[in-house]
Design a protein around this ligand. Structure first.
Ligand SMILES: Cc1cc2nc3c(=O)[nH]c(=O)nc-3n(C[C@H](O)[C@H](O)[C@H](O)COP(=O)(O)O)c2cc1C
Length: 204
């Protein structure tokens, strides 16, 4: 079990076990998808690093409509894995490498679209392909308007993923980002709640 490490990121933090020995940090791949709440992803990434996790980030093309790649990269302390980097001639198959590397894939925020792609087994972007390529544990933190969340398609997709052992944290009830939208269930879970869900998923 991983205990909270020192603040300051993966390289600075050294999680310590109950007997005082340094234990290997758990590896989290944070998938960032293209919803309004993507601007909150850097906060989630920082929290995870402060808790002692080793973090890599894979973002969809749509995510960059809402949060700059540079901002994610600074939060991660590393380059971001993207659909562009997926196709670089690096001699590596990035989705397979990431699936093997990660103890957990956390998708935060998760769009209805990304959930649907996973539920029907698409692998047409780096994040979906990584999940498909044998990701060991997957935790979704959905964020979308209440109608999208309660739509029959999303309900069915969530049930499918739960049936495969995927976990969900949130969404929570509250105000939506846009004033055009009625309040309801669809807000991204709070950072602290996401970190607790990560710990639970890793220890299950
Ligand atoms: C302004 C705007 C806001 C959006 N917000 C959300 C959102 O909060 N949640 C969601 O599921 N989709 C949202 N969408 C739709 C996604 O951006 C769209 O489904 C996209 O294909 C998601 O791509 P991705 O899942 O590959 O990141 C939004 C679209 C726009 C134009």
């Amino acid at each position: 079990m991983l205990l909270a490490g020192e603040p300051g990121g993966a390289s600075a933090s050294r999680p310590v076990g109950i007997l005082g020995s340094v234990i290997e940090a758990k590896k989290i791949l944070v998938g960032v998808t293209g919803g309004i709440a993507a601007y909150k992803a850097p906060g989630v990434i920082r929290r995870l690093r402060e808790a002692g996790y080793e973090v890599k980030v894979a973002a969809t093309e749509a995510a960059f409509r809402f949060v700059p790649e540079e901002t994610l990269s600074i939060a991660a302390g590393d380059r971001i894995h993207t659909d562009a980097s997926w196709w670089e001639e690096s001699g590596r198959v990035e989705h397979v490498g990431l699936a093997r590397w990660a103890d957990l894939v956390l998708v935060a925020p998760a769009t209805a679209d990304a959930i649907a792609r996973a539920a029907i087994g698409l692998g047409d972007d780096l994040l979906s392909a990584t999940i498909l390529a044998g990701a060991r544990r997957v935790l979704w933190a959905p964020a979308m308007n209440p109608e999208m969340w309660t739509s029959p398609a999303t309900r069915r997709n969530v049930e499918t993923l739960r049936g495969w052992g995927h976990r969900f944290v949130g969404p929570e009830e509250g105000q939506m980002a846009s004033s055009e939208e009625e309040p309801g269930v669809g807000r991204l879970a709070e950072e602290a709640e996401i970190v607790v869900a990560v710990e639970k998923a890793l220890s299950a």
